[in-house]
Design a binder for this molecule. Sequence first.
Ligand code: HPA
Length: 270
Amino acid sequence: MLEQIKSTAAFIQSKISIQPEIGIILGTGLGGLVKEITIKHSINYEDIPNFPVSTVEGHSGKLIFGELGGKNVVAMQGRFHYYEGYDMKQVTFPVRVMKCLGIQKLFVSNAAGGVNANFEIGDLMIINDHINMFPSNPLIGKNIPEWGPRFPDMSDVYDKNIIEKAKKIAAKNNINVQEGVYLGLSGPTFETPAEYKFIQIIGADAVGMSTVPEIIVARHMSIPCFAMSIITDLGVAGRIVKVTHEDVIEAAAKAEIKMTLIMKELIREL
Ligand code: HPA
């Protein structure tokens, strides 16, 4: 695993002329941030040795290097989901590679179902904590001490300074943001009404099928993290309607302009 990661990073380094400072993982329907990047290099996942290949609609599967908000960034357009059949090590492989490439911060976006009764479809939620309900954890197995500790602290996962800056940027631009707990689970089924209720009762505000594995691995390596959800559907009693992947993509696309602005300004200010 360690050798694979190092050789993948070496391959990428041989193809690029910039040193990325910030890593970005773009969620379902949220690839629009890429339009704001002054692209220097773009590498398809299938051309990267050892990289899994994304299969889900709404993801185009590219690693993009360029400048955003005056900083060098690497953005994953399309991520690897556990429900696609990848194991947790594959899902989080690109995060290890981005660390080898030198990233010092990780920004993550996703589409999520809202279970907080104050939420509306199209809301943005800054993630301030998470609950891992995936059936596994990406750190299971032999620990590599040069990456991080066997038992990593999780008391302070989402960087408070970055969250404060994001809230200020949102206020300045008249963008309403929610803040809350993201619960990550495997999917690929959306939740039953009883499951949404359970998720809300145990302390989450939103639920989705990503983000938690990547964030755990980033925090294992002490990378400061910032993550945001777009609420694409509601799992709130009395307001639950049937939801499709297309609905999620459509709702994400509508709200992504606001998210893009916050992410871009945040990167500029860091
Ligand atoms: N549940 C799980 N994942 C999701 C949802 C949801 O309601 N919406 C978008 N991703």
